[in-house]
Design a binder for this molecule. Structure first.
Ligand code: T5A
Length: 217
């Protein structure tokens, strides 16, 4: 039997608690003897990390066009899919991803209001058949998320956007989560322990023990 790992994605606005969620998921899976590869987007390969720097840095000399931002996100994503995610899944490892395609749909589609058809054409052209088995969407009021992010230090180029941008981004996240399968919405305004419990419940429900054993086999 061919081995295929599972692909789990964590999504949400800045300060939603994705880093904490990643740690919870990785710890939980490793306790089940599952080999976990964690990724982040944009980033996760040497070239994709350079693209991450480009999209996050504040450059007062040249404004990044919204379409350029979109293309850079997908360029980084294709590098990561090709060089890390697909090989890991083929080995039978599990991917735990800090952001994936849903981020572009929410930020560039919702926040930047880029044409949905443009984004969908790009997705269908470059992503192939590799899709998440489960997406955990951490839903947070942008004002709360941004205040958590601000408490950490200097804000990057996207974090410096107006509140309206994040309100649109959140709305797009919620629209996608409400209509597509294999996305679990978690209330990320709750205390960390409640969020962690909701994550474990979702993992147990999507990946009962028998499927984990099969993946290790
Ligand atoms: N982007 C990305 C796009 O526009 N399009 C795309 O296609 C992609 C892939 C990436 C940026 O690029 C954009 C989105 C982003 O703007 P990033 O650094 O990867 O940037 O993502 P951020 O969301 O900016 O990362 P953050 O670190 O801000 O968010 P996290 O990981 O969700 O937040 P986290 O876990 O670090 O938590 C923040 C703080 O809150 C506390 C934590 O302890 C921490 O101090 N916290 C809680 N406090 C109270 N209660 C809870 N439940 C808490 N959970 C966490």
């Amino acid at each position: 039997m061919s081995k295929t790992g599972k692909f789990i994605v964590v999504e949400g606005l800045e300060g939603a608690g994705k880093s904490s969620a990643m740690a919870t998921i990785c710890h939980y899976l490793q306790q089940q003897q599952i080999v976990v590869v964690s990724t982040r987007e944009p980033g996760g390969t040497p070239l994709a990390e350079k693209l991450r720097t480009l999209v996050k840095q504040v450059d007062s000399n040249e404004q990044l066009a919204a379409e350029t931002e979109l293309l850079l996100m997908y360029a980084a994503r294709v590098q990561l899919l090709t060089n890390v995610i697909r090989p890991a899944l083929a080995r039978g490892d599990w991917i735990v991803a800090d952001r994936h395609d849903m981020s572009s749909r929410a930020y560039q589609g919702g926040g930047r209001q880029l044409d949905e058809q443009l984004i969908n054409n790009l997705r269908s052209s470059v992503l192939g058949n590799t899709k998440p088995d489960l997406t955990l969407y951490l839903d947070i009021d942008p004002a709360i998320g941004l205040s958590r992010a601000a408490a950490r230090g200097q804000l990057d180029r996207i974090e410096q956007e107006q509140l309206d941008f994040f309100i649109r981004t959140r709305q797009k996240y919620r629209d996608i989560a409400a209509t597509e399968p294999a996305i679990v919405t978690i209330d990320a305004s709750k205390p960390l322990a409640d969020v962690q419990l909701a994550i474990i419940i979702a993992l147990n429900s999507y990946f009962p023990v028998s499927s984990k054993e099969q993946c290790n086999g």
